[in-house]
Design a binder for this molecule. Structure first.
Ligand code: HEC
Ligand code: HEC
Length: 308
């Protein structure tokens, strides 16, 4: 009779071990998608200065807009609008891309023109349709703020200048990564982190060829491709794009470079037809959307959300 509790205890230990085993199993080598690495170590002073500058309207030509005005970090790192507005009130040609995980893309911007965050940040600062800033004017304004100028001096050991401004903003942007999506946990071996339906969606995403373009650690962001290969998709220009990352894609509507797809379902259906010449069944669209919803990560410990 006394054997029973012992057997039970043994079984419990065994269960715990199996569970532990599941949690530390390495990801199979053949996944086309990599786990988002934890936050790279960045200089804390530069990061904090960059964070303040990111929300500072003095960085724009007319002093009315900040980076954060289009890239809302309390939600998805972008905006809910189809396309944001230039200072003259006209609609921009391109949808606002999220700044979350942008540091992991091999080129920046829809067309992938910038090779580094520094180059992208400088181009946006100068772009008359985005920040419309003359760096000289901005630096004069920032230098006139004694507390801010002192902070620049303490960190960079010189008066505020353009390279320091761009370095601080870029360092901050390198910290904008969103790890710990349920899919990453699953890749790391936590079997129950995604549902069977989401796993089916992932297998379909791989088998029909989505992963040929959306792959790597950012599930995109590492290739140039034409859009509308088999059938037209969105605005025809620009033809060649850097494949967008699909991280947090469930909360970054609207989709495509012109913001023309309102829902994730529309985007997935459009991709199947335009890029793979595939008329997808609704059940297939639903499965892939379910998988894409498992790609939402966390920023500062809270899940990334859609803008209100
Ligand atoms: C008026 C809205 C607006 C403002 C203000 C704005 N951006 Fe953007 N941002 C955009 C748009 C639109 C794009 C896509 C541009 C492109 O592809 O050429 C973009 C793209 C980016 C990207 C590229 C993301 C990627 O994955 O390729 C980064 C990084 C970025 N912005 C950072 C910034 C910073 C830093 C500032 C402030 C200096 C800023 N943005 C201000 C609208 C804005
Ligand atoms: C041949 C390369 C290629 C293939 C295959 C491909 N995509 Fe894309 N994907 C792209 C490109 C390029 C874009 C940008 C299109 C645009 O903005 O006009 C994109 C955009 C997207 C977007 C919108 C992202 C955003 O932030 O706006 C989603 C969602 C998407 N793809 C999902 C899929 C799915 C699901 C599949 C498989 C059914 C797939 N893609 C197959 C290259 C590809």
């Amino acid at each position: 009779m006394a054997a029973r509790p012992a057997i039970l205890a043994g079984l419990l230990v065994l269960c715990a071990l199996v569970k532990l085993g599941a949690a530390v199993l390495p990801a199979p080598r053949d996944h086309p998608i990599g786990i988002l690495p934890p936050l790279a170590l960045v200089d804390e002073g530069r990061r904090a200065l960059g964070e303040r500058l990111f929300a500072d309207p003095r960085l724009s030509g007319d002093g009315t807009r900040s980076c954060a005005g289009c890239h809302d970090l309390r939600s998805n790192g972008a905006s809910a609008r189809r396309r944001d507005l230039a200072p003259d009130g006209t609609e921009l040609p391109l949808n606002t891309a999220t700044v979350f995980n942008a540091a992991l893309n091999f080129r920046l911007g829809w067309e992938g023109r910038a090779r580094s965050l520094e180059a992208q940040t400088e181009a946006l600062l100068r772009n008359p349709a985005i920040m419309g800033a003359d760096p000289e004017v901005v630096l004069r304004r920032l230098s006139a703020d004694p507390a801010l100028a002192a902070e620049f001096r303490a960190i960079y050991r010189r008066e505020p200048d353009a390279p320091a401004l761009i370095d601080a903003l870029s360092t901050f942007q390198r910290s904008l990564v969103t790890p710990r999506s349920r899919f990453d946990l699953w890749l790391g071996g936590v079997e129950e982190a995604i549902t069977p339906a989401e796993r089916e969606g992932y297998l379909l995403f791989r088998s029909i060829g989505c992963a040929a373009c959306h792959q790597g650690v950012n599930i995109g962001g590492n290739l140039f491709q034409y859009h509308g290969i088999f059938h037209a998709l969105a605005a025809p220009e620009p033809r060649m794009l850097r494949v967008p990352s699909l991280r947090n894609v469930a909360v970054t509507a609207p989709y495509f470079h012109d913001g023309s797809a309102a829902t994730l379902e529309d985007a997935v259906r459009g991709m199947g037809l335009a890029q793979l010449n595939l008329v997808m069944e609704e059940a297939q669209v639903a499965a892939i959307v379910a998988f894409l919803r498992s790609l939402t990560g966390s920023y500062r410990g809270a899940p990334v959300t859609a803008p209100p």
